[in-house]
Design a protein around this ligand. Structure first.
Ligand SMILES: Cc1cc2nc3c(=O)[nH]c(=O)nc-3n(C[C@H](O)[C@H](O)[C@H](O)COP(=O)(O)OP(=O)(O)OC[C@H]3O[C@@H](n4cnc5c(N)ncnc54)[C@H](O)[C@@H]3O)c2cc1C
Length: 234
């Protein structure tokens, strides 16, 4: 296995563009796991030390969460809003929460991502490095693409409130569905389908539902409809 150690985020993204079969190495919980995306030919580009890991308040009162902050760092921080902490807690293993980063979780673009629905419902944007310079991007716009930019930090409104609900057979099994509402926005991660988000709980009608080992298409459709109807009725 080849591991590259670039000296800046810009060098890292340029290298990633050059090397077809490459991935960034952040916490490594996804890329280095057994049965993960790594092939024998995949080259890793280590971004540790190149992007922030801190969680801090910015001058405008919003908070900046470094892409290398671990899920446990978010849970421990008094700055992070509760809906986002509860999404981090979906990662049931303390060891994994201590290594898995917020940037890696979003960039892995898993259909059972712990955080994608929460950050998309909250309309969170992140600062990134592209080969052409820095760019702000919405998580919801980035998630269903194959874009290779380096995520630097997320900008989160600490005053937003909402909920995130996860449905899976156990805390460690892959989720069949994760639903989130933050302020007036909704998002749904459905196992086997692309992420959907929007400004109405009716987004469950737009989601695709497929049979997977986590549940039938009908079961997931039922969960999606019910979770928003129940929460909205409360
Ligand atoms: C047993 C097991 C079960 C798991 N179950 C789940 C699950 O149910 N849901 C879930 O969401 N995750 C799950 N994961 C995966 C993992 O723990 C998380 O997704 C994790 O948050 C990934 O973060 P990381 O820092 O370890 O990323 P890494 O493994 O280092 O990288 C993951 C991906 O993100 C990219 N990447 C990393 N950082 C950045 C960045 N700053 N900018 C751009 N691209 C970047 C890499 O190129 C790579 O494609 C599981 C892992 C294991 C080992």
């Amino acid at each position: 296995m080849v591991i590259h150690h670039p000296v800046s985020a810009l060098d890292a993204v340029k290298l990633r563009k050059e090397l077809d079969d490459s991935l960034y190495l952040a916490g490594g919980t996804e890329v280095l796991r057994l049965g993960g995306p790594l092939k024998e030919t995949t080259e890793l580009i280590d971004i540790n030390g190149l992007v922030p890991a801190k969680i801090e308040v910015m001058e405008d009162g919003l908070i900046r969460i470094g892409a290398l902050a671990a899920l446990q760092d978010l849970i421990d921080s008094p700055l992070v809003p509760e809906y986002l902490k509860s999404a981090c807690r979906f990662c049931a293993s303390f060891e994994k929460r201590n290594a898995a980063t917020i940037g890696g979780n979003i960039a892995a673009r898993r259909d059972d991502s712990y955080l994608a629905a929460a950050l998309s419902a909250a309309n969170v944007h992140f600062m990134s490095t592209t080969p052409h310079g820095k760019e702000l991007k919405a998580v919801s716009e980035y998630f269903n693409t194959g874009c290779r930019r380096v995520i630097e930090y997320f900008i989160v409104d600490p005053h937003c409130t909402g909920y995130v609900r996860r449905f899976g057979i156990t805390a460690s099994a892959h989720a069949a569905l994760i639903a989130a509402r933050v302020k007036d926005r909704y998002a749904l991660s459905v196992k086997g389908s692309p992420l959907v988000c929007g400004t109405s709980p009716d987004i469950w009608k737009r989601a695709e539902y497929r049979d997977t080992v986590e549940g039938s298409a009908e079961y997931k459709r039922y969960l999606a409809r019910t979770v928003f109807e129940l929460e909205e009725a409360l």
